[in-house]
Ligand binder design. Structure first.
Ligand SMILES: [Zn+2]
Length: 306
């Protein structure tokens, strides 16, 4: 066994990815396979095979962390809140630990993103970090002093199903959400939420990325939709700042690529944050698509002996 190696596994709905990190956080190997969707036993076996293949290739026995789309309930050890529904109610931690014959750490994938950016990404050196996923859904994770704050219900940072704060006329009651409520932050700030908002105002069905491209090409309607998006994001993040007061907020997910957000949103959130000065920084991600595997690997923090 060579000291300090970590393998991070990112279990996604369409792919399982694994990366070997050395002590310095340099990725030494990276592999991915298609997720055997719908087949729980095959999913566990695929994780074990990826880890085994990397360890054989490099002659190491690594500390392993796994990021999952959902959470593992501490009391029962069973998966909940996963959009990969074949994992729900399954003892994933127990089975992966048995397959790999070692202790394995697990965390929600949004928490892994936040951890990756907090340890050696955009927010490196920040004591308190809120990592935000703006993609198909809206999620988030909180990292304090380099550790994920999991929370009593394992839902820390899950702001996407809070209502959009300081709502304006046509935002009430807001779009219906799959969670059964209306006006959730996710219904405005996810990619599909942005697309639906644009359609409501202008009638044309563009996807989130198409709206961004149209705005860059000078389309006034698309620019207006992105302005509404930035203002809503500012309100939603201001309510997070008022509670958590993080040093940094790092955006991830597809919509984090909208460059204008990083100037506009901090300018707009001043109206809503309960402070005359706002020191919180809004940052683009450093690790992008690698954050899932990197954050899972850093479930074994740099100072621990792997
Ligand atoms: Zn909701």
């Amino acid at each position: 066994m060579r000291d300090g190696f970590r393998i991070g596994v990112d279990l996604g709905g369409s792919k399982i990815e694994a990366a070997l990190l050395d002590r310095a956080g340099i990725v030494q190997d990276r592999r991915r396979v298609a997720t055997p969707a719908g087949d729980y036993d095959a999913t566990v076996a695929a994780i074990a095979r990826l880890v085994d293949a990397i360890e054989r290739e490099h002659g190491v026995r690594a500390a392993v962390g796994v990021g999952i789309p959902g959470t593992i309930v501490a009391r029962t050890g069973l998966v909940k809140n996963a959009n990969s529904t074949w994992l729900i109610g399954r003892p994933l931690a127990r089975d992966v630990i048995a397959a790999l014959d070692r202790e394995v750490r697990f965390a929600n994938d949004a928490n892994c993103f936040a951890l990756s950016e907090a340890i050696d990404g955009a927010a490196a050196g920040c004591a308190s970090v809120f990592g935000v996923i703006l993609g198909t859904g809206v999620g988030g994770g909180i990292v304090i002093d380099g550790r994920i704050m999991t929370g009593a219900n394992a839902i820390s940072g899950e702001w996407g199903h809070n209502p959009l704060p300081w709502p304006q006329g046509d935002e009430v009651p807001g779009p219906l959400c799959y969670c059964g409520r209306a006006g959730c932050i996710e219904t405005f700030l996810s990619g599909p939420g942005l697309a639906a908002d644009h359609r409501r105002h202008f009638g044309n069905a563009l996807s989130g990325p198409e709206i961004v491209a149209a705005a860059e090409a000078g389309d006034g309607g698309a620019q207006a939709s992105l302005s509404r998006y930035a203002e809503r994001l500012a309100r939603a993040l201001a309510s997070v700042i008022n509670i958590l007061d993080p040093e940094a907020i790092v955006l991830g997910g597809g919509l984090s690529a909208i460059a204008a957000l990083y100037d506009e949103v901090p300018r707009l959130w001043r109206r809503f944050v309960f402070s005359d000065e706002v020191a919180t920084r809004l940052l683009p991600p450093v690790h992008g698509d690698s954050s899932g595997v990197r954050g899972a690997a850093w479930l074994w923090p740099p100072e621990t002996k792997a």
